[in-house]
Design a protein around this ligand. Structure first.
Ligand SMILES: Cc1ncc(COP(=O)(O)O)c(C=O)c1O
Length: 419
């Protein structure tokens, strides 16, 4: 009997000792740790129970507040009734790949062969679950920026690999310090996962940084996966694709998502593009994992990709809201500026209040703001202490946005935060 079996109790199912180590082994389901988002939910419930008449000002939601554009829903409506769309889509239809190729050409000047250099994914999240399967053997390393979207790291560990964390610090403009990676880590590194515009810091990458990454990838022999989920929510100039960098196509792929830039979160569409051999490895793993997104959805997503007015409108809306939020928070003692991209504002967390409360971590500040003032944020304590404010709150008109900002200002004024 393995030692794991001895950790079971007689109330456990007979298979308790069978759970794989990667999800906790015999301890699976017994972990008492409460995760960040669950703590936020509990604090929200407490705040609502104690102050039923006070509206929550929810800056915690990381999902677009609007439905997909009517023109996209119209295509979906038509395609859903066509018999030819009914079957398995496997690795995807040409129509979507061609639309993605046109999009990459038009928006970034990047030329891709839709047949070999682009493959759809059912949202971009599964792509981060599958790409480690293409590269990671036990003992191999994936370099991941923190704070960040953890899926590729989780799957790296599932395959017996290791994650080496690259902290994103304000003093480095939230770009990882690639020179700080020890040589013995580089020797085992197979993948570097980047994400720009970055969630949650809101930073964008520079051409010089990408050039350095391409050179390093060739020198140290690893592949690059650049997460472009927030690409079309870029505010500090034209969005920059990693694949625009000379040589990038030799070293990696970029993963695009329809979720944020097209208000298509629930539709589950994205694509992996770049080096043909990496795209084909991804497509092979994907083919053994799912049977493709519904063809009607792919056709609606193709129509969206062809219509730049949609992401441009969404970009303008979130930019306007971020500008209002920056002004409001700065009046209340925060020191923040418009992020380079994403619909998140990543602001230094307060250390306490004038009335004597003290916050050891951003998590404490979050709980205080929810419970005492009905203001919801998401704490990040991975590299410094920051609060993430999302501007995806529901507000039908600009006047509603302004009223929300006024109320935020009133409550934060009462909070008397100090840094
Ligand atoms: C940085 C980042 N990458 C990827 C994703 C996944 O997006 P989707 O699976 O909706 O394409 C998200 C979603 O929150 C994200 O924030």
């Amino acid at each position: 009997m393995s030692t794991a079996a001895s950790e079971t109790t007689n109330t456990d199912p007979y298979f308790q000792s069978l759970f794989a180590d990667r999800i906790g082994g015999a301890n699976y389901g017994k972990d008492n740790e409460i995760y960040k988002f669950e703590k936020i939910k509990r604090a929200k419930r407490k705040a609502m129970a104690e102050h039923p008449d006070r509206k929550l000002l929810d800056f915690g939601i990381g999902e677009n507040d609007c439905m997909a554009d009517p023109s996209v829903r119209k295509v979906m409506n038509e395609e859903v009734n066509k018999p030819e769309n009914r079957g398995y889509a496997d690795n995807g239809i040409m129509e979507y790949k061609q639309a993605a190729a046109r999009f990459m050409q038009r928006r970034f000047g990047v030329t891709l062969d839709p047949a070999t250099q682009i493959n759809h994914s059912i949202g971009s999240k599964p792509a981060y679950a599958m790409l480690p399967a293409c590269f990671i053997n036990p003992g191999d390393v994936t370099l991941m920026t923190v704070p960040g979207y953890p899926v590729a790291g989780t799957h790296t560990r599932y395959y017996g690999g290791e994650v080496f964390r690259l902290p994103l610090l304000a003093e480095n403009k939230f770009l990882p310090d690639m020179d700080a990676v020890p040589e013995d880590i580089y020797r085992r590194t197979k993948m570097l996962v980047l994400n720009y515009p970055n969630s949650p810091t809101g930073a964008t990458a520079t051409q010089a940084f990408y050039e350095k990454v391409v050179a390093l990838a060739k020198e140290k022999q690893f592949v690059v996966v650049q997460d472009a989920a927030h690409m079309l929510l870029t505010f500090d100039g034209k969005p920059l694709s990693f694949l625009q960098t000379p040589g990038a196509m030799d070293v990696g792929v970029e993963v695009h998502s329809m979720s944020k830039g097209y208000d298509m979160i629930g539709w589950r569409m994205g694509f992996v593009c770049g080096h043909e051999r990496i795209v084909s490895a991804f497509a092979d793993v994907k083919d053994n994992s799912d049977s493709g997104q519904f063809m009607a959805t792919q056709k609606a997503a193709a129509a969206a990709l062809d219509n730049d007015a949609i992401p441009d409108r969404i970009n303008a809306k979130y930019r306007r809201r971020l500008e209002k939020l920056v002004a409001t928070l700065n009046e209340c003692g925060f020191e923040c500026q418009l992020p380079g991209g994403t619909y998140f504002l990543y602001a230094q967390s307060p250390s306490g209040t004038k009335s004597g409360a003290s916050f050891a971590k951003a998590e404490d500040a979050t709980r205080h703001l929810i419970e005492q003032f009905g203001i919801v944020t998401v704490p990040w304590d991975d590299a410094g202490s920051f609060l993430r404010f999302s501007v995806t709150y529901v507000a039908d008109t600009e006047a509603d946005e302004d009223a929300l900002m006024q109320e935020t200002k009133n409550r934060l004024g009462d909070a008397g935060l100090v840094w």
